[in-house]
Design a protein around this ligand. Sequence first.
Ligand SMILES: [Zn+2]
Ligand SMILES: [Zn+2]
Length: 264
Amino acid sequence: MSLELQVCTVILAVIHYPFVIGVQWYARNRSAKPVIRVAEPPGQRAREIRNAWLTTPMHAALYFTLTAGGALHAAPETASLALGTFLLTFVWTEVWHYASHVAMHTRALHFIHKEHHRSRVTEPWTSVSFSVLEKLIFSLGILGLLALVSHWHEVSIFGIFAYYLLCFFTNTLGHANFEFRNPGYYTRVMGRVFNSPTYHTLHHARYIKNYGLITPWLDRLFGTEWPDVPEVQTRAASGEPLTRLSERVALDPTRIHLTQLPAR
Ligand SMILES: [Zn+2]
Ligand SMILES: [Zn+2]
């Protein structure tokens, strides 16, 4: 068992907390622009923090157990292997998260996911508030495929570690309920590829659609994206948040809507 593995595991077990506290500090002290201005119900944050103690270290525990136990073969590290593993983990996690998330919105499996959805108005602590089973499914799905791959192709544990750092940070921002991008973000190149906090905020507020994690492409492919995401983002970034959870925003007729293009 390498010292590097131990250090990466310890960092992964605790890093979500400074991310949450840092984003919360930013929202409070930098006049962040909320996506939805609706008060959280009493007790929400205390419940989310309780959930966090149980579930936050699970990614790290599985990462360590599978690697130290030999199920996930750690190859000698090179920069190109770390980058390749990072990209594989990124793409696979987008697919796994989308598929498992949609599955958990079916009647049969919703019990796994409903704890996370008790927070209709999100805040940074919502990003660490899950049931144990949901966190286990998410983490085992990511690392399970990488463990399989590692038996016929080299895999870098640093690449996985780097992806988790990105995932934890973007996940915290995704639940922060404030918009840090400029108005019109979704009409720009970055906005066509990567989600902003508005995206997942609408998933919690409206309960369905916008199932994607960091990118919107699978929602676009399967027609599960809210069409007014760009309009809500522009409103929020202009200092005009939604004032009701179910509020919809009229679509800008001058914008080409990807979800409305005819199928070829
Ligand atoms: Zn959901
Ligand atoms: Zn969420």
